[in-house]
Design a binder for this molecule. Structure first.
Ligand SMILES: NC(=O)C1=CN([C@@H]2O[C@H](COP(=O)(O)OP(=O)(O)OC[C@H]3O[C@@H](n4cnc5c(N)ncnc54)[C@H](OP(=O)(O)O)[C@@H]3O)[C@@H](O)[C@H]2O)C=CC1
Ligand SMILES: O=C(O)[C@@H]1CCC=N1
Length: 278
């Protein structure tokens, strides 16, 4: 793969650029990013990663071997309309858009092109994304291998049927935000019991890293690991009793279900607009 074009320059786009550039799978000078018109943001990415930016779609689209779609789902219709006429049938499109099906993309483009639909997360920035990927039938082996390698440079990759991507969006696409939310609460809790913010923050980060590594490396289930922390009549038992009273596990389960449902609703809004069968 020689040239990569990235359409959209927001947080997901930067997470991918950061991972790809540091892994050196593609030269920074072979990457061109564009957006709707925010030059300040494009200049920032250019200076930070040594990549190019351009608004010349007539040039960057036909020259690209791979195009990553990284705008919001609500903007995809307008975005594709701007450059679909310059697209070669061999160019691989990689979409990271929540909810948007490959059928919808195909319909918007109007010709049969290879499409990979991926759901990474912003931990790609530090090489720790959890990414689910699906392909349409026009993607050839060499392109599949490239997609695999590219997303592996930014973390863990799993290949799934497209139907599972809404669930992956609800679980791990949005997942970092659930963890940040938990950390916000732990920080606030730390302050109320008299810890300095910096001290609390350092302790929380190490606690999260340690717990994540325990889950990954131990043969024990999370429930067993939790029981190992919980001494009868001790502090953990007292704390967990409060989480149970608030039904925090149910809140997390419902949160993941609702995020998944929202991914489906976002996809349906576009299929309804395009009058595609569900
Ligand atoms: N953020 C996340 O954690 C994750 C996001 N995703 C998916 O990634 C996509 C991007 O999300 P995120 O980075 O958060 O979004 P942002 O809002 O941060 O960025 C969106 C970008 O798209 C650009 N854009 C909008 N319309 C067009 C257009 N017509 N042509 C070119 N560029 C356009 C915007 O440009 P401008 O600023 O000029 O308007 C902006 O650079 C979404 O589809 C989301 O579902 C997937 C996994 C995780
Ligand atoms: O909130 C969103 O819609 C995107 C998709 C997954 C994470 N962020």
């Amino acid at each position: 793969m020689n040239n990569l074009a990235i359409i959209g320059a927001g947080s997901m786009s930067e997470a991918l650029i950061s991972g790809i550039v540091s892994s050196k799978i593609i030269e920074p000078t072979a990457i061109t990013v564009t957006n709707r018109g925010n030059v300040k943001r494009l200049t920032e990415l250019q200076e930070r990663y040594g990549i190019h930016y351009s608004f010349n779609l007539e040039k960057i689209i036909p020259e690209a071997d791979v195009i990553i779609l990284a705008m919001k789902p609500k903007d995809v219709k307008e975005a594709i309309a701007q450059w679909k006429d310059y697209l070669s049938e061999k160019t691989l499109l990689i979409s990271v858009l929540a909810g948007v099906s490959m059928d919808s993309l195909q319909r918007l483009i109007g010709t049969e092109v290879p499409i990979a639909r991926a759901m990474p997360n912003t931990s790609a920035t530090v090489g720790k994304s959890a990414t689910g990927i699906s392909f349409n039938s026009f993607v050839v082996d060499e392109q599949k291998q490239f997609v695999h390698e590219m997303f592996e440079t930014v973390g863990f990759v799993t290949f799934v049927e497209e139907e599972q991507l809404d669930a992956i969006t609800g679980l791990s696409g949005s997942g970092p935000a659930y963890i940040y939310y938990l950390v916000e609460a732990m920080e606030k809790g730390g302050l109320t019991i008299g810890l300095d913010r910096d001290v609390a923050n350092a302790l929380i980060i190490q606690t999260l890293l340690g717990a994540a590594e325990m889950i990954a490396k131990s043969s024990k289930t999370p429930l067993e690991l939790r029981k190992n922390v919980t001494s009868p009549g001790g502090t953990t038992e007292a704390g967990i009793r409060i989480l149970e009273e608030f039904d925090v596990q149910k809140a997390f389960i419902t949160c993941i279900q609702e995020a998944t449902a929202q991914s489906k609703r976002m996809g349906k809004a576009l299929t309804d607009d395009l009058k595609l069968p569900k």
